[in-house]
Design a protein around this ligand. Structure first.
Ligand SMILES: [Fe+2]
Length: 310
């Protein structure tokens, strides 16, 4: 029996949506966990090797040079799933950022506030080998191979921290709002939607000018073998200079290639846009952005309303 149980664990491993370890952590209400490295199955390891080997040439062609520098600085392994402890040994001296294992969904405020304190909530499961191309949930390939190399760059990491500060300001503002309760909630919901859209079209799906070329710095693109090429090469993708008023009002859907992407000029430009986002938040310009995706759920709203801002 013991052998069978061990075999089952070894086969299931830490596969996205199928990992008993994650299910028990979620059932126990845990958000932050450790990375039980021994639970990765051989199939999990093979999935990482395949994902890494096929995307590497595309990174070299399409990714922003700062991303490639990050891959090198992290000594990101291609032959095995990285241990977060090893990643953090390289990462934290460079930018102060640390990858912290999470059991899954992190409420919006908690996520942004982690960025403010230079912690990155990191998924530790890996996609099923049958769905190499697409999965709606984040996995360790998206989070560690897609996001973390950019976190080695001081300027980019400062953008994330600044973003966390904007979220904190939004929480303060929401907690101080007086008057009609329904209207307060609608304003907060709109603020969170605006921030989520900005995050989506920059950190997740952003393009940046690099000389006469466009390069990819958004992690949703950097972790997708097909979309990283499609987003640059396809005539079907609209690419526009980022305009804040457009981005905060633009819905997005996560289950298909993006038809609309936004370009920033530089990391400095990106940082200044987050400043502007905060300014607009304070002026009430994000209190009634257009409806539509993403849907902000009650947990997200409460994470802002109940945040300890002491
Ligand atoms: Fe992401």
């Amino acid at each position: 029996m013991k052998v069978n149980a061990a075999m089952t664990t070894q086969t299931i491993g830490l596969t996205t949506t199928k990992a008993p370890f994650i299910e028990s952590a979620q059932a126990a209400g845990q958000v932050f966990i450790h990375q039980p490295y021994e639970l990765y199955s051989e199939e999990n390891q093979e999935t990482w090797r395949q994902l890494y080997a096929r995307i590497l040439p595309r990174w070299q062609r399409y990714a922003h040079p700062k991303f490639m520098e990050g891959v090198g600085n992290l000594a990101l392994p291609g032959d095995r799933i990285p241990r977060l402890d090893d990643i953090n040994k390289f990462l934290s001296p460079l930018s102060g950022f640390v990858s912290k294992a999470v059991a899954g969904y992190v409420p919006a405020y908690v996520f942004f506030d982690c960025l403010r304190t230079r912690n990155f909530p990191t998924t530790i499961t890996i996609r099923d080998s049958a769905t190499l191309d697409y999965l709606p949930e984040p996995d360790i390939f998206h989070d560690v191979a897609g996001h973390v190399p950019m976190h080695t760059d001081r300027q980019f990491s400062d953008v994330l921290v600044r973003f966390g500060q904007v979220a904190r300001f939004a929480a303060q503002r929401a907690q101080e709002m007086r008057g009609d309760r329904h209207e307060q909630l609608q304003r907060l919901e709109s603020n969170i939607r605006a921030m989520a859209r900005f995050f989506w079209f920059t950190v997740e799906f952003g393009l940046m000018r690099f000389g006469s070329e466009l390069k990819v710095y958004g992690s949703g693109l950097l972790s997708s073998y097909s979309e990283i090429a499609h987003c640059i090469d396809s005539d079907l993708v609209q690419r526009h200079p980022l305009q804040l008023e457009w981005v905060v009002n633009q819905y997005f859907e996560i289950d298909h290639f993006q038809e609309l992407l936004f370009i920033v000029d530089s990391f400095d430009h990106l940082f200044s846009l987050v400043d502007q986002l905060e300014l607009w938040l304070g002026q009430g310009r994000l209190d009634n952005v257009s409806r539509g995706e993403p849907v902000i759920n009650e947990t997200d709203l409460n994470s802002f309303l109940l945040a300890d801002l002491g």
